[in-house]
Design a protein around this ligand. Structure first.
Ligand SMILES: [Zn+2]
Ligand SMILES: [Zn+2]
Ligand SMILES: [Zn+2]
Length: 348
């Protein structure tokens, strides 16, 4: 059972019911998932390095909503984050939009996702600047999620923060003392104010929203697990095929791990509804869902090198770019790409 087979099976029923409401981005995600490695994206020609055996394979779609693609991008992102690790405690801050806003956010996805990320980042920067111990600039990595583990619509942003700030005026590195970065309630309050103001300035009227919003701030050890968790959903869609358990021609059952109890749970929905659940998490074209800030930003490499030198960090070797490889069906030696054809090569 794969996402692709489900899309192929339910496509017509899905389009009949929901096609009218699909955005251009969602159409392109639907087509990509359906056609990945099936021919519409062309073929690659391979030649064995040892026995000169030739073969063709269909190309993949490269779409970030597709769960067959982009494994390399995920690995590359994680390796880039590894290059910037610091020997300090890490924190994960999560800003969530209240459910009352979800209608407006769906309607203006591009603007609202961008404001969510910007306001969350700005809130953290302000807190770090005003903090009596830190009093400086943080570095952090923010990733936008729009899903819960049950695949419902739930826009939020996770931010992984190393526990220390750079005070440029004093040329000092200030480490977070103790277990605790910032107070979640205070963050939520400041974020609420910033987000509503930004919405208003963008000409979007949010309607009634609750007084209390949610922001969580927790310690996540050395940050490794937190970064891996974020990497998982960056480029490979919101569900992996191993978590799709069954499809009986009407209903699809998938499993997910409950965020609180960490127990596996299952959810069953109609095939059409399953595609709705997947496509609602499709991001606007070109939207950058992972962003680095402060001393983790690509422009701050010099600061990062100084920090790693001061904190005596052994930087991991820079990642080497993997070239595509396929084992030869005759001699198992690696085959190499010798040609790329935009459309399926005709036999003969
Ligand atoms: Zn061979
Ligand atoms: Zn694909
Ligand atoms: Zn999340």
């Amino acid at each position: 059972m794969t996402l692709q087979t489900i899309v192929q099976r339910y496509r017509h029923r899905f389009i009949e019911q929901f096609g009218h409401a699909l955005s251009r981005d969602q159409w392109s995600a639907l087509n990509a998932i359906e056609g990945c490695r099936q021919g519409p994206y062309g073929e690659m020609a391979w030649t064995c390095q040892r026995c000169s055996h030739n073969t063709h394979t269909p190309r993949s779609c490269g779409h970030r909503a597709c769960n067959l693609c982009q494994d390399q991008s995920t690995q590359a992102w994680l390796q880039r984050q590894e290059q910037k690790r610091l020997p300090v405690n890490y924190y994960m801050v999560t800003f969530t939009l209240p459910k009352e806003l979800r209608g407006v956010v769906r309607q203006y996805r591009s603007t609202c996702y961008d404001l969510l990320m910007r306001c969350a980042a700005q809130t953290l920067k302000t807190f770090a600047k005003n903090d009596s111990t830190l009093g400086g600039e943080l570095g952090f990595c923010a990733v936008l999620h729009t899903h819960t583990r049950r695949l419902d619509y739930h826009p939020h942003v996770h931010i992984v923060v190393p526990g220390g700030a750079v005070n440029k005026a004093r040329r000092q590195w200030c480490k977070v003392r103790g277990q605790y970065l910032f107070n979640g309630r205070a963050l939520a309050k400041a974020f609420r104010g910033a987000f509503l103001k930004a919405l208003f300035q963008a000409g979007i009227t949010p309607g009634r929203t609750p007084k209390k919003w949610v922001a969580q701030c927790k310690r996540v050890g050395k940050g490794t697990e937190a970064l891996r968790y974020l990497a998982r959903y960056l480029y490979r869609g919101v569900i992996s095929n191993t978590n799709i358990l069954s499809d009986d021609g009407c209903n699809v059952t998938f499993r997910y791990r409950d965020a609180n109890t960490h127990q596996w749970k299952t959810r069953t929905v109609t095939g059409e509804q399953f595609i709705v659940l997947i496509l609602q998490h499709c991001l606007p074209k070109g939207f950058r869902r992972a962003r680095d800030y402060g001393y983790l930003h690509g422009n701050a490499k010099a600061v990062m090198h100084i920090l790693q030198w001061v904190l005596k960090v052994q930087r991991p070797a820079p990642p080497t770019k993997k070239t595509a490889s396929l084992p030869c069906p005759h001699c198992r030696s690696p085959m190499r790409v010798t040609g790329i054809y935009p459309r399926k090569a005709q036999p003969g």
